[in-house]
Design a protein around this ligand. Structure first.
Ligand code: PA5
Length: 445
């Protein structure tokens, strides 16, 4: 189970805060548990690891097996909360190099998460001569980026397999009843999976949104949900001494109040990179409103110690650092002995890579804390589906608490609409004519 180590924030928060904060954490906690706080209609994820739809879960597994049988590639179309969680879990558990590995599961390409024409062409090219399926994921069913990408990949499937054959290879994950994607899926006869009404995009990785692509990559989704269920039980306890999410949410809130406005999530596993991207969306979109919220950033150590290390050590002191540490690696890799010791590294001969990394972690920790950066350590188990299930639920729960501590609604994202409105206007979407005229003038067109 994840342990939250707060010993390296103590010098920054010398006065005890836990007793004073506990009543506010308790109120936030009860709002989450009883689903009656701000945005309570989007807290279906709180009990999800226990109350998920078993029938749909079985269909997800069956669909994953079918895709594994009939496809050498799966194209996953989605953006934001309909994308980052699946990519985070797959890269963390199966490697960022997953597509390059020898394996008996399909390659997975993530598209529709931007508007790069070259990236689109590249994936279409990579699919030439390769049997593939598509999982298009959009809760609203109307998001521009994935909807545009889907046109291209649907056409590619139809050209390859005909309309009926294509329909058998398209899996749509969307709203139960509403939206353009749902209507299209029903008309065309695609198999559909549901983004539950009460689960927002960035909290949806443990629904079909994340589970189908994750299962196609061969990850044990039962273990993922079992880890989340364990953490759900740990997070249900009303005691700051025992509840890891209370500890993390409380500590980062208190540090924020002392002027630590940026939280850097660090990990020493390069494969964690997209989990950090998922975390950034989760916290950025949940907290960043009403001129409040920690800015979530991420670094990958030790690589970024050689690029961002200088700033972290000596730049403006508005940072706090949260480090996700995993248990022992699967591979030991002792450093080879070299007869001539030509590089002077024989003092490390026989030492494992994990041992060397441990010293780097501890050395960095002391340096950063001495340099004025409070450090929270999240000690997780070995990298596994169960550990990631724990971590996902832990971050989600702490995020819900954090939003309530800040007195914002952690489950809406009103700011995301601003760019969409402008883009629709400039693209000439019907209904946006007036805004378009105003914008053209501002842009001097
Ligand atoms: O968290 C969110 O709500 C957003 O990031 C959405 O997931 C993202 O905008 C994609 O939306 P949709 O799934 O409706 O296409």
């Amino acid at each position: 189970m994840i342990q939250v180590n707060l010993s390296n924030i103590q010098r920054f928060l010398p006065l005890p805060y836990e007793a004073a904060l506990a009543p506010r954490l308790r109120i936030a906690h009860r709002h989450l548990q009883q689903q009656n706080g701000m945005g309570g209609e989007f807290t279906g994820w709180v009990h999800l690891p226990q109350r998920y739809d078993r029938e749909e879960f079985a269909r997800i597994k069956a669909a994953a097996r079918r895709i594994q049988r009939d496809s050498r590639a799966l194209v996953v179309i989605g953006i934001g909360g309909s994308y980052l969680g699946a990519r985070g879990v797959i890269e963390c558990l199966c490697s960022a190099n997953y597509n390059l590995k020898r394996k008996d599961t399909p390659n997975i390409y993530f598209v529709g998460n931007g508007l790069s024409s070259d990236q689109l062409s590249e994936v279409l090219e990579l699919l030439e001569g390769v049997d593939f399926s598509v999982n298009v994921i959009s809760k609203s069913g109307t998001t521009t980026e994935p909807a545009v990408a889907f046109r291209f990949f649907r056409r590619a499937l139809e050209e390859r397999y005909g309309a009926e054959g294509a329909a058998r290879r398209i899996y749509a994950t969307t709203d139960r009843a509403r939206g353009a994607l749902k209507s299209l899926a029903d008309r065309a006869g695609y198999e559909t999976f549901v983004v539950p009404d009460d689960v927002g995009g960035r909290y949806s990785v443990l629904t079909a949104v994340g589970l189908l692509p994750i299962a196609v990559a061969g990850v044990d989704i039962d273990a993922l949900l079992a880890g989340a269920a364990d953490m759900m039980a740990a997070c249900a306890v009303e005691d700051i001494a025992l509840n890891p999410a209370w500890q993390y949410a409380g500590a980062r809130y208190e540090l924020y109040r002392t002027g630590k406005k940026i939280e850097i999530l660090a990990s020493y596993e390069p494969n964690f990179r997209f989990m950090a991207e998922w975390w950034k969306q989760l916290y950025g979109e949940s907290e960043g409103k009403e001129n409040k919220g920690l800015f979530p950033a991420s670094v990958e150590f030790t690589a970024d110690l050689h690029s961002m290390g200088q700033y972290i050590q000596q730049g403006e002191r508005h940072l706090l650092e949260t480090v996700v540490r995993f248990g022992p690696s699967a591979h030991v890799n002792p450093v080879p002995y070299d007869d001539g010791d030509s590089d002077g590294l024989n003092f490390l001969a026989g030492k494992s890579m994990d041992f060397i990394r441990q010293q780097a972690m501890d050395g960095t920790l002391l340096a950063h804390v001495e340099g004025g950066v409070p450090n929270i350590i999240l000690q997780a188990g070995t990298v596994s589906a169960r550990t990631l299930g724990e971590l996902i639920y832990f971050f989600e729960y702490a995020c819900g608490l954090s939003g309530y501590l800040l007195d914002v609604n952690p489950f809406d994202q009103p700011g995301v609409e601003a760019y969409k409105k402008n883009m629709f206007a400039l693209l000439g979407k019907p209904g946006y004519e007036e805004l378009r005229a105003q914008m053209e003038e501002k842009l001097g067109r």
